[in-house]
Design a binder for this molecule. Sequence first.
Ligand SMILES: Cc1cc2nc3c(=O)[nH]c(=O)nc-3n(C[C@H](O)[C@H](O)[C@H](O)COP(=O)(O)OP(=O)(O)OC[C@H]3O[C@@H](n4cnc5c(N)ncnc54)[C@H](O)[C@@H]3O)c2cc1C
Length: 438
Amino acid sequence: MTEHVPPVTQASPGADSRRPSGPADDADVIVVGAGPAGSTTAFYLAQAGLDVLMLEKSAFPREKVCGDGLTPRGVRALVAMGISVSEQDGWVRNKGLRVIGAGKRLELPWPELSSYPGYGLVRPRTDLDQMLARRAQQAGARLLEGVTVTGPVLDERTGRITGVAAKEADGEHTYRARVIVAADGNSSRLSVAMGLRKRDDRPLGVAVRTYYTSPRHDDDYLESWLDLWDGDRLLPGYGWIFGMGDGTSNVGLGLLNTSAAFGHTDYHALLRKWLAGMPGEWGFTEENRTQPIRGAALPMGFNRTPHYYRGLLLAGDAGGMVNPFNGEGIAYAMESGEILARTIAQALARARRSETERVLAGYPQALREAYGGYYSVGRVFVKAIGRPELMRFATKHAMSRPALMRFALKLLANLTDPGGDATDRLVNGLSKLAPNPK
Ligand SMILES: Cc1cc2nc3c(=O)[nH]c(=O)nc-3n(C[C@H](O)[C@H](O)[C@H](O)COP(=O)(O)OP(=O)(O)OC[C@H]3O[C@@H](n4cnc5c(N)ncnc54)[C@H](O)[C@@H]3O)c2cc1C
């Protein structure tokens, strides 16, 4: 598979003509976007003693379209940043995943592992993202809210990114740093301006969600429904019901681009149709809906590469890091942010420019080592379930075999120990054996 190496782009008109307005505009590293990827990157960079400037277009607290669910992988990433995840601090814990499909219902507890806690969490993104941004600030990162990055500032001779142009309430500004991080989410305007587009050969999902007041708000399992039908075709994706613990449930569904229905589906109508089949007492009706139905794309399995290009490094959704098996993106945004921060800290500690460059250029390889094989297996999986007959066979077959479903949970949620038991070794072995293309 060929790596997409984009052409060098020009600096935005006028962007390079402005000098930084003061010393506060300079930093070692600029992080564009203060979602989970950006805030985690900034946190670990600041902890390493670097001067970090985060630029965020919105102001916290702000909404982010999401299912608000965290698997134990996400919990581990929060704990690593010293965030208290106790129930007294407003977190809703879950014990596992309840899967409903092919006329059956299975409760699968999260696996008992040494690498991950045995519980997941639910928290609205309005809270979660603000908490992560504040944590980065506590570690020493500077955050400017209400700053929309409009494009890169390029060194005209080398084509390397040396800063960003931004629009804010008082006009346009330019910010410069030695290294720039694109953590600006799925659309990643900054990556696109550098010529880095989404890859057509990598999976993409689309998901919609809303909230309903419901007696199911205090469910202690995340619930996932495999039966999403388009006429007589079983669609590759799932619906979810996550109790928020505040009187409401986050309800949504996501589909993969490997099905023929992708791009021709009315997601709002599909959601309503799916919910119409639910028991009335759950309350998933128009009168109980507390938010608009909103949707967004899920960029999966490294669907934007290269992750390092001419001074720009990509983290989280900007680099297409959502898990193709289950649509989980928060944990991968945070983990890639940590990997990236450690790479940058080492790079900027090198004396010579060429050495710094060599370390930064190692970031894509570090990501491939972390997820490459697993995402390759995920790409095969999403292709397979894009065929309705296979999806139907797999659902029917697996749902009547709880042991197989426990294995599937480990595979789909990427939850294993390095040595681990036989199922861990099988999942890890698959990822290791899978091709790991750029
Ligand atoms: C419907 C839906 C449900 C989902 N459910 C789950 C779930 O339950 N669990 C899970 O783990 N994942 C879920 N995901 C995926 C998850 O939301 C993402 O993977 C995650 O938010 C990625 O984090 P990020 O920091 O990379 O990007 P984002 O969270 O998108 O953060 C990007 C940040 O950059 C800022 N920004 C963007 N452009 C600019 C700019 N030009 N200048 C300055 N700032 C900018 C944005 O305002 C934002 O704050 C879901 C996604 C969708 C669409």
